[in-house]
Design a protein around this ligand. Sequence first.
Ligand code: ATP
Length: 374
Amino acid sequence: MQIYDIVRHVGISEVQWQELIERHDVVQEEFEGVCFYRVTKKIGALDKGAIVTGDGILFDFPRIARIMHLENGIRNAYAQPFYVEEKVDGYNVRIACIQGRVLVFSRGAYVCPFSTDRIADFLDVKKIFRENLNLIVCGEFAGPDNPYNIEHPPYVKEDVRFFAFDLMTMNKPHSIPIEERYKIFDKYGMPTVRRFGRFSVTDSAPLQKIVKELDETGCEGMVIKPVNPVEKTLKYVTLGSCLRDIHVTASLMAEMSSEFFTHRIIRAAMFIYEQTHSLEPEVFAKLGEALLKPIYESVTKAARKEVIDERFLLRFREEKNIQHMTDHLYRCKVKFEILSKKKEGGYWYVSFARKCYASYEIIQKHLEGATHVD
Ligand code: ATP
């Protein structure tokens, strides 16, 4: 179908569409001959992250509201039952079949070449899209060997895995209702996030128990999803996940906004207040170590003239996707180096180093004795 016919359904005329392209509010993209448009700014019914294709629109994956107090947050949000799932720490993707090709899109509406290369390891994409051409599978890629995230679930010990958590349909801005969604996941044997079951507001004891177990086992948290789609989806994270976020990010503190850290410290305080009720001295030590040690190490590295870097290893099924991935990283302005590339047992193993020049340069100036007013 013509793009104009597609966007007309969301109230955008041909002239308006051309203006949006000129203003870069939508950007034309191409991946191996498949053309699509990436929405970079809210335009009417289309939010940032939506994807417009000749086969239809993939709406953005909606933002999830956070609660800081589990019991009160749930009580305020739900009059009807809800389902609880593990919040898996990885990166968000939407998988769809466009012009006969199964592509994996990032939250920012780019094709992720790495995830596109690997998705067939986790989903029977041929069967799923042959039987449901307009389906969009939403989920998380997670594991230690991924291009974007340092953190990962404790039970993914190597490489990555895919965990489905939502289903959408082309041209529709909302998800398939949760109980129908679970049936489709099971019908196609899709790997999903852990599902803890159905609860209601009076179930605070079993919910506290799940939170305790998630925190003790090093998991990120939970996502709470209503049976009635009018009610909200919520996220709630563990103390451990706040401390780990701080720990893996503090080396780049010089270039980060301070809110990243203060928000996590407030979340940690709220979690301790509700879930453990008392502030144990080892938490002081853990927070101090998470905040100070990585940035101290960045200072000592910069003093040795070493640029701060983050290493990651990726496995690819097809060699051509290595080039697609490096092009993608350049386009996303990631500064990186390829350290090694080898083929073993059917996969290409490529090792990367992401170079964090901004932090290095700021710390260098401090070390050289530069002045600033703060
Ligand atoms: P958001 O934009 O949704 O506010 P964010 O991009 O800052 O959030 P997070 O705070 O990590 O990300 O939380 C939301 C994300 O959690 C979702 O976008 C999704 O990728 C991920 N996620 C992990 N597990 C689930 C799950 N079970 N259900 C829904 N989302 C999940």
